[in-house]
Design a protein around this ligand. Sequence first.
Ligand SMILES: *[C@@H]1O[C@H](CO)[C@@H](O)[C@H](O)[C@H]1NC(C)=O
Ligand SMILES: *[C@@H]1O[C@H](CO)[C@@H](O)[C@H](O)[C@H]1NC(C)=O
Ligand SMILES: *[C@@H]1O[C@H](CO)[C@@H](O)[C@H](O)[C@H]1NC(C)=O
Ligand SMILES: *[C@@H]1O[C@H](CO)[C@@H](O)[C@H](O)[C@H]1NC(C)=O
Ligand SMILES: *[C@@H]1O[C@H](CO)[C@@H](O)[C@H](O)[C@H]1NC(C)=O
Length: 441
Amino acid sequence: MISPRILWILLMTYFSWKGVMTLDREACMPIRLSPSRQDSLPDVETLRIQRGLPGKDGGIGPVGPQGAQGPRGLPGTCACDPSEIAQIHVFLGNVTAKLESLIALHHYALKVDQCDHMPCKNGGTCINDGNSYICNCTDEYEGHDCSIRIQCVVPSAPNNGTISRESGQLVLYKENITYRCNDRHVVAYEVNNFLVATCQKTKQWTKDTPVCVVDDCNPDSCSGRGTCINQIGRTICECDEGYGGSDCSVQNNPCDLSPCGQKGVCVREEAMNYTCRCRAGYHGKNCETIIASDCVRAVGMEDGRVGNNDITASRSLGGHPPYKARLRQTGGWLSQRRPRRDDWLQVDLKTSTTVVAVATQGYSGGSYWTISYKIAHGFTENDLQIIQNNEGQDLIFQGNRDYNSVVRNNFPAPVTARYFRLLVQTWNGIFAALRVEYYIC
Ligand SMILES: *[C@@H]1O[C@H](CO)[C@@H](O)[C@H](O)[C@H]1NC(C)=O
Ligand SMILES: *[C@@H]1O[C@H](CO)[C@@H](O)[C@H](O)[C@H]1NC(C)=O
Ligand SMILES: *[C@@H]1O[C@H](CO)[C@@H](O)[C@H](O)[C@H]1NC(C)=O
Ligand SMILES: *[C@@H]1O[C@H](CO)[C@@H](O)[C@H](O)[C@H]1NC(C)=O
Ligand SMILES: *[C@@H]1O[C@H](CO)[C@@H](O)[C@H](O)[C@H]1NC(C)=O
């Protein structure tokens, strides 16, 4: 009995390529050669050798010189269940000579690149995923090996209409068919008497079969101010911009759309033209631009609309509480003696408010004022952001140079928040002093 330690090149199952075939001592199987399949053999050079186990001693004997002659010298001592891997074919072709030299490598088995035999048809791309392969088909094809052309079935023609291809025919992906309505008919919900549908990858058409209806539109249907569309059993008008009503006879009022918002008053002019009379500080066609220097509405520090309890400070000198910090009123807020940088005075505006500027004065009795400060803002007291400059650093506002002049600073951009906190940076005298107002548009 010949019992060389032979490696088998097991390349193909009956239906498709299998993955790595690592032979081991148990992998004993019946072999049938398949002459008819030799043509599709991959070149033996494309086989890659992978580490594995030797074939079983006393396994299947040597093969014929031209391969496809059938098993020879089958020892018939196969120990495993042949039914486990049915229909395995051994392809040898001109592999025989190679096989002999591979015999020396009896500690190795062979691996096949699943894509080597180019299984994907019609330009599909083969992707080897180790144990098998996937065909990435071009747009026009589908199926495991890209052999199926994508086609749509031509539907039946609409009542009172025709179709450019015969019903039931197959039409290729991306191709068009045209529905056409008979004389004096149009496609319902469309303006034309025809409709083009394209075959999609899903094998569905881009448009369903249309309904052809008698054309009930006439040139006067929409007062010459819109497009008449036939629906089923009625017509409707799609009016030109500026017109409304069922027959487009009503001219719309451009101010109905509130183009100026709360920032100005809309005044209708001829046709669809309008003007926004913008409130102070707002500019532009729709009052969309804010110019802070023009915004002069105070939030109510000076006139008392901001309540005493809504003005707070980090630390205050007795008799000079935070609520004294009202612009142009007598007195003012005083910090404790020897203030610290970032001592603060805060106002709670109660609701989200867009503030554009702040103005400050010092203590009306003289001697004390705030030379520079930062402004922080936010919607909760413990999450405040400081206004930044263009470089992303805290912006330092230059404040007062004497105790009584009002110095106003516009913010670089409007700030919307509930809390506004002025953080003292430098001051004159032994107290930091403030009288404050904030401005909105
Ligand atoms: C078979 O392989 C041998 C060497 O491996 C080579 O010389 C010979 O030309 C091949 N025959 C065919 C028909 O490819
Ligand atoms: C399949 O082919 C398309 C087009 O060439 C490509 O965009 C896509 O990434 C491919 N899919 C895979 C899984 O490689
Ligand atoms: C439109 O089609 C319907 C149904 O097939 C038919 O009864 C009707 O006579 C047709 N109308 C015209 C104007 O051809
Ligand atoms: C199909 O119709 C679309 C417009 O509906 C057009 O862009 C396209 O070129 C047409 N394709 C063919 C193959 O005629
Ligand atoms: C609307 O106003 C613009 C600019 O003021 C003007 O050019 C246009 O003619 C006006 N349109 C109508 C319909 O009055």
